[in-house]
Design a protein around this ligand. Sequence first.
Ligand code: KG4
Ligand code: ZN
Length: 342
Amino acid sequence: MTGPLVLGIETSCDETGVGIVRGDALLANTIASSMEEHARYGGVVPEIAARAHLEAMGPTLTAALAEAGVALDDLDAIAVTSGPGLAGALMVGVGAAKALAVALGKPLYAVNHLVGHVGADILTGDELHYPTVALLVSGGHTSLLLVRDLVSDVELLGETIDDAAGEAFDKVARILGLPYPGGPEIDRAALGGDPAAIRFPRGLSLPKDLEKHRYDFSFSGLKTAVARHVEKHRDEGSDVPVADVAASFREAVVDVLVTKALAACADLGVPRLLLGGGVIANARLREVATLRCAEAGVALRIPPLSLCTDNGAMIAALGAQLIMAGSAPSTLDFGADSTLPV
Ligand code: KG4
Ligand code: ZN
């Protein structure tokens, strides 16, 4: 194993992640999640997330060092997510990373969370080929990126103009009376359902929308369409066909995600697609992406789920890439930027 020994800290949402890599080899990926504390609110509550990071940071750091079998003094550098994400949550990670860097006298690298998701793929052991289109889908983001070089050339092609895909799963689950987080619940509820039973809208897919929003996503209209459908049944006193609604809703999300990602691959002549983010756990998304990429001659990469959901290892991996590319460390005056561009 060669390359710099880097510790990565991730606190942009509800996962406190501390990861350790040596070059492109994964040594530790420790995560504490405050998901359960948010469940009764039906979504992530920023204040609760920030407080939970503060409590979890110490134990998570200790656990990661033990998992990797290294000491703080052994580290070559620290990397941390400085944005985008929840401001208060980010500040906890940035504060911890700065404190470590100063106390240890090690260089510090502030990195972008979305680029970090792409960096996760490096840890799979298979070489990442460029250029690649990356589709990142979670509770906080739905972004389509063109990655020509992980360290120096990542372009945002499009993103959601309202809800993130995972957020849509969470909101629709709530409409159907299912608990948070909604993604796995919808997957379960959709079992035996007919994905073609109800033709729910595919956001920003009409010719007039495609002109301006070819690579952008919108899920709020879909969520409203599901709510109307459910209300209609309830008003009529008929049973809501939950399995059909869940399967048809999921189909609409998956269809638009895969269609737009493959449109980007075709338009840009890029025969590679990389997936990341917690929504990648969705069984139907993986299935449809696999089928349609094969038809289109696009090589599909899906890292293991532990690297797809928010984690510190992907931040450490990106930090290591920056060091190996000769990038200068960050100066200590950077802040947390909730809308940091790629
Ligand atoms: O990446 P992640 O763990 O955290 C962030 O949001 O950053 O993603 C969590 C999101 C939640 O919205 C959850 O409902 C969604 O991913 N999710 C799923 C599935 N499992 C988790 N969405 C669809 N299908 C799933 N099986
Ligand atoms: Zn994320």
